[in-house]
Unconditional design. Structure first.
Length: 569
């Protein structure tokens, strides 16, 4: 493995590298480092191999190992020194977590290192593996290093082809006509009312937003057909009814599963009737007439990513490779004991370097535990009782708001908002199955028998003193439709309940390093969530930046945080 400060191939960069090397007068050393491998085997959002449960460590792909002259913690204002780590034939590995690079060129005066790496992705999809977008400048100056999440659908102004097709399908139904008379101009008043309801119109110039997923479109048009078949009409109105049903029957099963088919939650697919254009239009971003989340805001979860910021130990003695390969050295602490100088500084006499602190996780982990043991029914928006049931409402996804890019140390770079709200992402994690818990595929809103189990989602650290919205995605597999906050939640369609986590709830926590924020890198946060009402269920999720979200989740506060050397992923 070759890791250099200047990695470009342009002639100017090569000249700069050679000049820097000549000025730095580097010393040739062996370099060793370690990676934390502390995991557990509890219920995971991914398989044991994906989350590196004990015995199936995925390894690490080291991307940057950067020296500094800082005799302490490296900050964003510090400047790296010249270096070249190893070459293609000098990487040695004694165990899963010990690494050694021979014949590295390091600038004298080096006292600390930044290190970065990620678990190898292999053939895993981004939905399973997660994804982090890294920005590494050529000179690796910490102030210019940042990490962010990757949008699932990054085009903020371009509708997906299936969304366009579904909009065209709905438009064809709404504009069905017979004998040159359109549905909206039908003589029968009931038929005209049905048109207004179908297009969600509140005024002649447009309509309210409505679900645009394939599941919602299919059930809505099926219900429309059932309603039309109950009507006895005459003349042109009867012909219009026939024309509408003909268009309904043109539904294309290739659309089934959208937008989950492209990795998005159903709530990301939104339609709106344009009275001026006389057509349905996919809604892609928040506007004055569409309070929604921009389609490009939904992001993959964070991935298993490592970060280190550590002093070094040094040795003036050759033969560190022998120490490193000694089968008796089972612990990193034993390896470190073979280096004479603690918190050392590289000199012309230095032969070997060990980066003291093992690399740790740069990301945080959110665990969600459903707590719904004291309700058999919940009220909907019509105050009707809805049976919770054992398997009526499986949990199919979790959405986490408030995710902004972080700096070189995986924490926000300045006080909020360091970035504009246009940079904010919302993690969508659809992999929340139980992986075989008591022969169940899913957690359920009832959750009585699952009360001690959790889902797991990797996230970025959040800003201090800022609330974080958490959304639970369920599917209605019960035997009835119910009225939610923004419309009917039909059987077979998904709905969303929103909660909010406020760090102020944990102000009495003695752990000052975590209590002011919801998620902290290298730590685990457990959220006990209880659904208290279906009256606040959404089928079109409003903007998570909105100050007027209707909350349908009660947070049962509990923080669980690991120590830095016991990170559980």
């Amino acid at each position: 493995m070759l890791v250099m400060l200047l990695t470009g191939c342009a002639n100017e960069e090569q000249v700069q590298q050679e000049a820097w090397q000549e000025k730095s007068n580097p010393v040739v050393v062996d370099l060793a480092l370690s990676v934390s491998n502390t995991t557990n085997t509890s219920s995971m959002r991914m398989s044991a191999a994906d989350v590196q449960a004990t015995g199936v460590y995925r390894g690490i792909s080291l991307s940057r190992i950067v020296p500094f002259g800082v005799e302490g913690k490296i900050t964003k204002e510090d400047t790296p020194l010249w270096y070249q780590i190893g070459n293609d034939k000098t990487e040695y590995q004694k165990t899963d977590i010990f690494y050694l690079y021979e014949k590295c060129m390091i600038t004298p005066g080096t006292a600390s290192f930044l290190t970065y790496g990620r678990a190898p992705k292999g053939e895993r999809t981004k939905a399973v593996n997660g994804s982090i977008v890294e920005t590494f400048p050529l000179n690796m100056a910490p102030k210019d290093i940042n990490f962010g999440l990757e949008s699932i659908y990054p085009q903020p102004t371009t509708a997906h082809a299936t969304a366009t097709a579904l909009a065209s399908y709905m438009t064809a139904i709404a504009t069905a006509k017979a004998n040159n008379k359109e549905w909206k101009n039908a003589q029968n008043p009931t038929l005209r009312v049905i048109f207004m309801n179908f297009t969600h119109q509140t005024e002649s110039t447009g309509g309210d937003i409505m679900p645009g997923s394939a599941a919602n479109v299919k059930v809505l048009t099926t219900k429309l057909k059932e309603t039309l078949n109950t009507l006895t009409l005459e003349g042109d109105d009867d012909a219009i009814k026939t024309a509408i049903i003909t268009e309904i029957d043109k539904y294309n099963t290739a659309w089934d599963g959208f937008p989950a088919s492209i990795g998005l939650p159903d709530c990301a697919a939104v339609l709106r009737w344009s009275g001026e254009g006389n057509l349905f239009v996919p809604q892609l971003s928040n506007t004055t007439v569409a309070d929604i989340n921009g389609i490009n805001r939904f992001a993959y979860p964070a991935e298993v990513y490592y970060y280190g910021n550590s002093r070094i130990r040094t040795s003036n003695i050759d033969g560190r490779k022998d120490v490193y390969n000694d089968e008796n050295n089972k612990q990193w602490s034993a390896v470190l004991g073979e280096y004479e100088y603690d918190n050392g500084v590289v000199t012309q006499n230095t032969k070997s370097i060990a980066i003291k602190d093992p690399m740790q996780y740069g990301v945080a982990r959110m665990q969600v535990r459903l707590k719904q043991t004291d309700y058999s029914t919940l009220k909907d928006a019509d105050n009707a009782d809805v049976s919770v049931g054992v398997h009526n409402f499986p949990l199919t996804g979790v959405i986490v708001g408030g995710q902004l890019p972080v700096g070189f140390d995986f924490s926000p770079v300045t006080s909020y908002p360091a970035y504009s709200e246009t940079d904010m992402k919302f993690i969508y994690d659809p992999l929340v199955k139980t992986n075989g818990l008591a022969d169940k595929d899913y957690f359920y809103l009832s959750s009585t028998s699952d009360a001690t189990k959790v889902t797991n989602t990797l996230v970025l650290q959040t800003y201090d003193h800022k609330k974080v919205p958490i959304v639970l995605e369920f599917i209605n597999t019960s035997d009835k439709d119910f009225k939610g906050f923004d419309g009917i939640v039909y059987r077979g369609t998904k709905f969303y309940v929103v909660g909010e986590v406020d760090p102020e709830d944990f102000k009495d926590d003695s752990r000052t390093e975590i209590r002011d924020r919801v998620f902290t890198q290298d730590y685990t946060t457990i959220l006990n969530l209880k659904v208290t009402s279906l009256a606040k269920a959404y089928n079109v999720l409003p903007s998570l930046l909105s100050p007027r979200l209707e909350m349908g989740i009660e947070l049962v506060p509990q923080w669980v945080a690991t120590t830095p050397d016991e990170v559980l992923f």
